[in-house]
Ligand binder design. Structure first.
Ligand code: DON
Length: 593
């Protein structure tokens, strides 16, 4: 009887394999402002900025109004986030940017394209990615986080100055703006400088987040002075030292950070506190323009961040899932979730074992995206049963608002997707004396010991070992989607540690396969699986019958806290744009130009 019931359940849950190519059901004009769907995106006749914190969205929107393009808007908003969202916005961290601009870009005349050309021509314009991931200092070693017992010293790996990798944000934002922006850097940074110098009313979210991080911030006298006790919501937070650092950058570009007083203060703190970063590490740091990774999904070109970013895993997931008729099995149905979770485990297996910084280790990008490899992975999915991950379950990864993603559309259809991070909320909690900003703890994204879980439960391999100048593997994957004829369509991305890739996957499937509008696609409940720990994390909103069906297939489910924050925009075919912030974490709406 029980076996018959299981079979019946499994039968209902069986994924429908498509015969031949599946036609994209995406309605071209899926604006749906009239309440046909439950969620409504923000509309703009021109451009629009969707960031986690509304003063930072407004900073980007103001720059669009002043004639800036999507890159100017994204850079303005990112510097503003360094002021208004100190838990994730930053000067002391790193990130990735993906952009598309119409027509030929000015990058060559500006001397940005010497050597290999990173620009990818598409839709009458050019797409390019900016890699400003942090690098390991020259004195870093593969075993630097191992204690005398041979195990990873988690405190050293996440809370000490040793956990800080050479910051990349200022170099990356300045490079993107110099090569692709339309306005002077000082104009683009003016709103951030104003927010730091004049102050802004502290939100409930910021006050709560500072209170939650107080134990870590308390340990550093500089952070304690800057951020504690947490300001009461509504009181003005002025950050004079940060304003001075921002002014130096506005006047001198990246030299205002990697040389001079800011660099001296950062290196001084390292010398006194046992960190590794030297003046020569700072001078050697380079943000890089790189060619985006590209793969078609149901006729739509998808462009995303190559390794060390998370886009390769995202494209593998789209590739594995492309032939499954998820529209027929249905959004949030057990059969769809089973196929997605099994695909996630397979893609994370490749990620854990094979991915690292392609500048230093060979990463078989083409093989991992080849139809033969993807078909091989797809064949491993048993439609009726979960394939268990054969080792211990890692400690649960708990997620904070440590990373932040923003998306910008401009009135010419230009798009920018920018994800930036300190790794943990407020990084390692340590601030640079006199300079007003916090340092990242991105060294924990490396493999400290093969097979041992990092803060996100990821068990990574030798390809991601610590080595001088190397960039740690990241899950951040700012992504652009184009219409089948090549015109720009969606910019998206997310924070969420290892959940970043699966968050973006679901936003894209919800929009492109299930026909939800952008706001619904972002708001819908999500799942996550990453091979280890061997379980599906499901947000609130997963139905009890889906849970039961998945359990009957051998899955373990955990009710997970909210995952990701996929602030996204979409260019409308007839002009104008739509945007949506992620209701999970956003402190206010997207802001039209
Ligand atoms: O680059 C990465 O994959 C991580 N350092 C990102 C951390 C993160 O997204 C945490 N956010 N909630």
């Amino acid at each position: 009887m029980r076996a018959a019931l299981l079979l019946l359940l499994a039968g209902i849950a069986l994924p429908v394999r498509a015969q031949g190519p599946v036609t994209p059901p995406v309605p071209e004009t899926n604006v749906l402002l009239e309440g046909e769907q439950r969620f409504r995106p923000q509309w703009s006749a021109g451009g629009l900025v969707a960031a986690q914190e509304p003063l930072a969205s407004a900073a980007g929107a103001a720059i669009l109004r002043q004639g800036g393009n999507a890159v100017d808007g994204a850079v303005a908003s990112a510097f503003a986030l360094a002021v208004t969202l100190p838990q994730a916005g930053n000067l002391g961290g790193g990130g990735f940017l993906l952009l598309w601009l119409p027509g030929p870009t000015p990058a060559r005349q500006r001397g940005c394209l010497a050597g290999a050309d990173p620009e990818l021509a598409i839709g009458g314009g050019m797409a390019v990615a900016v890699n400003f991931r942090e690098t390991a200092p020259a004195a870093a070693t593969a075993t630097m986080f191992l204690g005398p017992d041979g195990q990873v010293d988690r405190t050293r790996a996440t809370r000490s100055l040793l956990s800080t990798a050479v910051p990349g944000s200022v170099a990356g934002l300045a490079l993107a703006q110099r090569c692709y922006g339309r306005l002077p850097l000082a104009q683009v940074m003016a709103p951030a400088i104003r927010l730091a110098a004049q102050g802004f009313p502290v939100s409930r979210e910021l006050s709560d987040s500072l209170a939650a991080a107080a134990p870590r911030l308390q340990a550093d006298p500089v952070s304690r002075r800057l951020f504690l006790p947490p300001p009461v919501p509504g009181t003005q937070l002025r950050q004079g030292e940060l304003a001075a650092s921002l002014r130096r950058i506005a006047a001198e570009g990246e030299n205002g950070f990697y040389r001079g007083p800011v660099a001296d203060a950062l290196v001084g703190a390292m010398e006194r506190g046992g960190g590794l970063i030297t003046h020569s590490d700072l001078l050697a740091y380079r943000a890089r323009l790189v060619r985006p990774l590209r793969r078609e999904f149901r006729g739509h070109p998808v462009l995303t961040m190559p390794p060390p970013g998370g886009g390769l895993t995202l494209l593998q997931l789209l590739g594995i899932l492309e032939p499954f008729d998820l529209a027929a099995t249905g959004l949030n149905a057990a059969a769809s979730l089973h196929a997605m979770a099994e695909a996630m485990n397979l893609a994370y297996r490749d990620r854990n074992a094979l991915l690292g910084d392609p500048d230093q280790v060979p990463v078989p990008v083409e093989r991992l995206l080849s139809p033969a490899h993807l078909e091989g992975l797809r064949r491993r999915i048993d439609p009726l049963r979960h394939t268990p991950a054969p080792v211990l379950e890692a400690a649960a990864a708990t997620e904070g608002t440590n990373t932040t993603h923003l998306s910008v559309a401009d009135r010419q259809g230009g798009l920018a997707a920018l994800t930036t991070t300190l790794n943990f909320p407020y990084g390692n909690g340590i601030s640079v004396p006199g300079m007003g900003f916090l340092l990242n703890n991105e060294m924990d994204d490396f493999t400290a010991l093969p097979g041992s879980a990092n803060a996100f439960g990821l068990r990574q391999g030798a390809a991601n070992a610590i080595a001088p100048g190397r960039r740690p593997l990241s899950s951040m994957a700012p992504t652009l989607v184009f219409r089948p004829d090549g015109r720009p369509w969606i910019a998206t991305g997310s924070p969420g540690g290892s959940r970043i890739i699966t968050t973006i996957l679901q936003v894209l499937l919800n929009r492109m396969v299930h026909g939800l509008n952008l706001a619904g696609a972002v708001a819908a409940p999500r799942i996550h699986s990453q091979l280890w720990p061997d379980r599906i994390d499901g947000e609130e909103g997963l139905s009890p019958d889906s849970r039961r069906l998945l359990e009957a297939m051998g899955h373990t489910l955990r009710r997970a806290p909210a995952m990701g924050a996929a602030n996204s925009v979409e260019v409308l075919a007839g002009g104008g744009s739509l945007g949506t912030v992620d209701p999970r974490r956003a402190e206010g709406p997207a802001v039209p130009e």
